[in-house]
Design a protein around this ligand. Structure first.
Ligand code: G4P
Length: 535
């Protein structure tokens, strides 16, 4: 197959949701439909969310599992579908944000009873920043649900995205009987079945089909006719270009658990979701169909086997054809590298891949040369952008508890933050190390891993800061001034960029007023205008 066909057949996306909305269940049902797995339960264990913060063994075990399920590939109707997994736990949100840099579209899962939740909002913000096309699956219609029209309104208001229903629920809660496919004008009624496909009781494209009476009461039939008439009008106004630009989301209703409405979602997804798109670098846009290979690392799993210190870097291919054992140019290190055993992932199996194409994600075994954000090319000096760090919300100082192990601690902190588990800031004088995260859980994980993987002991001292803002200025004089005047609130990130540590929104406001020549950014990539927000 030529490169163009390979590209047009690929769909790389992530399923995202507030924890518990049904991301794992939906992923599993998509894999079942695509024939990549044969029983439900295969992906289920890939979760840190239900783990008590102190249950580290469980976290470790799950880290192993999550390598296998970081990318799940399936072939469906001639399309190669790459599903990138994102952690369910909110404390790992930054990992999710980074994964979103490696996808071309997303499916957002919303709980029909809860509607838009905190993480739904945050994830949608990231999608908006990147203009990622979004499809929405409203799940758990078999439970007590909000009214479907109210849900659409809530999505539009809270997520600031236009919606267009593609399917409509027939009933809800215990009386949830099936879905109406608005594109095909088809009614499908099912008998629930949790582990495989539900039994189809009736499939008809006649809304006046007399057989409807066998399964629905008069009220339900009346509602179905009235609601789908309105919903059809909303469906008719769907504009694919607006979807592709990230302004309009097709919405599906269903139950992942019972597999209602999931086939409609998958069918539409393969038909309209975008193939691999262009990727931005600091030099130019890279188009997938370019002859020369290029790709970037968006995720690292360190210490797969603590005895061997090996890690796996996940590389998204942006252009050209990747080949095993070919020499590629590592632009940050300015040297050539070769990968003898690149891994690909089919459901839960990992195997060596000979070649890979734009949209694909491969795993590269690494001994410490690759970092998140690194670019590989065939020689061109490109640096992919759009893989920013986000402002952490909890900042704590690392206190070394065993001075004999200072070196191990430094190395551990460096490597774990390179893995993307947390961010490292250094404050001068004194080389004070500050770890920034979005959740408390990371501190437990870091402490545990430092001890078990590096033999270093530490504590964390809570600092009075609740946000970090990257600073930029057109004038060196202004930058020097803020650094001098506010030295106890200034630290440096890993690449040496100055960061202002804010004690409160009020202090941020004052800092901004006192230093009008300085811009404060809540992501590290302030030069990429569309992807960063100046606050
Ligand atoms: P997540 O990955 O987004 O965190 O959610 P996950 O799929 O694990 O689903 C969270 C809970 O919601 C699970 O129940 C799951 O079975 C349930 N669930 C998912 N989809 C549906 C649905 O369509 N209808 C109903 N009624 N429930 C659904 P749990 O009790 O927390 O876990 P488990 O013991 O069932 O595994």
């Amino acid at each position: 197959m030529n490169l163009k066909t390979e590209i047009s057949n690929r769909r790389t996306f992530a399923i995202i949701s507030h924890p518990d909305a049904g991301k794992t269940t939906l992923t599993e049902k998509l894999l079942l439909l695509g024939g990549a797995i044969h029983v439900a339960g295969a992906v289920k264990n890939n979760k840190i969310k239900k783990t008590a913060t102190s249950d580290f063994l469980e976290i470790e075990k799950q880290r192993g599992i999550s390598v296998a399920t970081s990318v799940m590939t399936l072939d469906y109707k001639g399309k190669r579908i790459n599903i990138l997994d994102t952690p369910g736990h909110k404390d790992f949100a930054e990992d999710t944000f980074r994964t979103l840099t490696a996808v071309d579209s997303v499916i957002l899962v919303v709980d029909s009873g809860k509607g838009v939740e905190e993480q739904t909002r945050k994830l949608m913000e990231v999608c908006r920043m990147r203009a990622t096309p979004v499809m929405i699956f409203i799940n758990k219609m078999d439970r007590d649900s909000k009214d479907p029209f109210d849900l659409l309104e809530e999505l539009e208001d809270e997520l600031k995205i236009a919606t267009s229903p593609f399917s409509w629920p027939i009933g809800s809660g215990r009386r949830f009987k099936g879905v109406y496919n608005l594109a095909e004008k088809k009614i499908q009624l099912y008998q629930p079945e949790k582990s495989s496909m539900p039994e189809l009781l009736l499939s008809t494209d006649d809304i006046n089909d007399p057989d409807l009476k066998k399964h629905l009461d008069d009220d339900q039939i009346k509602n179905l006719r009235e609601e789908t008439e309105l919903a059809s009008e909303m469906f008719e106004s769907f504009d694919k270009n607006l979807y592709l630009q990230g302004y309009l989301a097709p919405v599906f209703f269903g139950s992942a658990l019972n597999n209602f409405g999931v086939p409609d979602l998958l069918e539409t997804f393969v038909n309209i979701a975008p193939p691999p798109l262009s990727t931005r670098t600091d030099q130019r846009k890279v188009m997938p169909e370019e002859e020369n290979f290029s790709g970037f690392v968006f995720k690292i799993h360190a210490n797969l086997d603590p005895k061997h210190r090996n890690r796996m870097a996940f590389l998204r291919i942006s252009s050209g054809r990747f080949e095993r054992n070919k020499m590629y140019f590592h632009t940050r290190l300015n040297r050539k590298m070769r990968f003898a055993a690149p891994a690909t992932f089919m459901a839960n199996d990992k195997s060596t891949v000979e070649e890979a194409f734009p949209g694909d994600v491969i795993g590269l075994y690494d001994t410490g040369n690759l970092k998140i954000g690194d670019s590989l090319t065939e020689g061109e000096n490109l640096h992919f952008t759009g893989i920013p760090n986000f402002s952490p919300e909890i900042l704590k100082e690392v206190i070394n508890k065993d001075p004999m192990k200072t070196k191990q601690l430094e190395k551990g902190v460096r490597q774990l933050t390179e893995e993307g588990l947390a961010q490292l800031f250094v404050q001068q004088p004194g080389n004070r190390k500050i770890i920034g995260t979005v959740g408390e859980l990371q501190f437990d994980v870091i402490k545990f891993r430092l001890e078990h993987e590096y033999g270093a002991k530490c504590d964390f001292r809570t600092l009075p800061f609740n946000k970090a803002y990257w600073l930029s200025s057109d004038h060196k004089k202004d930058m020097d001034e803020i650094i001098r005047k506010r030295s106890n609130t200034i630290a440096y990130d890993k690449s040496g960029k100055p960061v202002y540590l804010a004690e409160s929104d009020w202090m941020l406001k004052i800092a901004k007023e006192t230093h009008p020549g300085i811009s404060f950014h809540n992501t590290s990539e302030m030069n990429v205008k569309a992807e960063t927000e100046s606050v």
